[in-house]
Design a protein around this ligand. Structure first.
Ligand code: 3PG
Ligand code: MG
Length: 399
């Protein structure tokens, strides 16, 4: 892969950087700045090299037009604090403000362009439309550094097309992410255990299919577990269920058995009356969820079971929380898995936490990030790598 090193001397040159600053917001307050902090090494390195750094990023999924709610203003402020220098925010992406902001940059200074997804061409499926935007972006700079690992699975103008125009290289975050994830995908040390959670099983079917030929153990929790429990013939009350995936999941269970992959499902579930932080709730057997109750977490016995299944693993990948960890009453399962991974890592396992939500969960629940070998900034991107797919944002950087 081409890297920053292959771009030569950057002093005084305008370097366009794609970062992933898609951070969770509560109004205009950033509730987890992990993705911004993860971007710092590359930005500091470019700044130290005397480059004029022009960062572009998206926030949320605005509909291809400016929308105040998705402004990068809170990100610019936080980035400035973390870098210890003012970060000017252009009010547009490739217009007058962007040009003036770039022109005003001195060597070593950093500026941010407004949300790339305020321009409909960014995510267009029409190659020519993306190429046109990429051309306008390329006019703002002399070189391109791709460092938004969380978006390298997106064939979008600021990720893919611009890399075909400017001299380009992968940033340090992208390199570190790819290297870490390859340890799980290429000849992992065994036992290799994967913990999958999150709400939708349909998002994870591809990775599950791939892991059925690669992993030794698959531990399933989160909202998607109810489709697994249904596939085993249990009723799941009012819990999240993707009926149209039950047959596929049943097929996966059969294939796991055939391949000797151990599928570990929860034995107990924390079942609530409603989806609310203060909802009344009880722990029930996973095969006896009462009618009308909503499973919002795996139970304490399952937490212990999952931790035991991780204890002797040598490679661990975790994507997706075990329950609605944002509500303390339903955070126990996610906490137990995180703790189990920390202990396995201390005992020598190589562990990767992927997925925006699980990465945020470990920080929000107060775990020390150093307890894990690698915390990925990518959700979909890390899943697609685990799935064995080729990612356009990486292929385009091949040398
Ligand atoms: C993410 O949050 O996973 C990345 O920033 C990609 O965002 P997207 O799924 O909206 O493309
Ligand atoms: Mg996402």
């Amino acid at each position: 892969m081409k890297t920053i090193d292959t771009l030569g001397d950057l002093r005084g040159r305008r370097v366009l950087v794609r970062s992933d600053f898609n951070v969770p917001l509560d109004g205009t307050t950033i509730t987890d700045d992990g993705r911004i902090r993860a971007a710092l090494p590359t930005l500091e390195r470019l700044s130290d090299a005397g480059a004029r750094v022009v960062v572009m990023a998206h926030l949320g999924r605005p509909k291809g037009a400016p929308d105040e709610k998705y402004s990068l203003a809170p990100v610019a402020a936080r980035l400035g604090e973390l870098l210890g220098q003012d970060v000017a925010l252009a009010t547009d992406l490739v217009g007058d403000s962007a040009r003036a902001t770039v022109d005003a940059l001195g060597d070593g200074q950093v500026a941010l362009l407004e949300n790339v997804r305020f321009d409909a061409r960014e995510t267009s499926k029409v190659d020519a439309e993306r190429a046109e935007l990429a051309g306008e972006l390329a006019e703002l700079a002399d070189a391109f550094v791709s460092d938004g690992f969380g978006v390298v699975h997106r064939k979008q103008a600021s990720v893919y097309d611009v890399a075909q125009i400017l001299p380009s290289g992968a940033g340090d975050l992208v390199l570190k992410e790819v290297e870490s994830l390859s340890r799980a995908t290429t000849d992992p040390e065994r036992p290799y255990a994967v913990v999958l959670g999150g709400s939708k099983v349909s998002d994870k079917l591809g990775v599950i299919a791939n892991l059925l030929t690669k992993a030794d153990r698959l531990l399933i929790g989160g909202g998607m577990v109810f489709t697994f429990l249904a596939a085993q013939g249990h009723s799941v009350g009012a819990s999240l269920l993707e009926e149209d995936q039950v047959d596929t999941v049943r097929g996966h269970l059969a294939e796991a058995e055939k391949n000797g992959v151990e599928i570990v499902l929860p034995t107990d579930i924390v079942a609530a009356d409603s989806f609310a932080a203060d909802s009344p709730h009880t722990t029930v057997a996973a095969d006896a969820i009462p009618d009308g109750k909503i499973g919002l977490d795996i139970g304490p016995e399952s937490g212990r079971l999952f931790a035991a299944k991780l204890a002797d693993a040598r490679t661990i990948a975790w994507n997706g929380p075990m329950g609605v960890f944002e509500f303390e009453a339903f955070a126990g399962g996610t906490r137990a898995v995180a703790q189990g991974i920390v202990e396995a890592t201390a005992a020598g396992a190589f562990s990767i936490v992927g997925g925006g939500d699980s990465a945020a969960a470990v920080r929000i629940l107060g775990f020390d990030e150093d307890g894990f070998s690698h915390i990925s900034t990518g959700g979909g991107a890390s899943l697609e790598l685990l799935e064995g797919k080729e990612l356009p944002g990486l292929t385009v950087l091949a040398d």
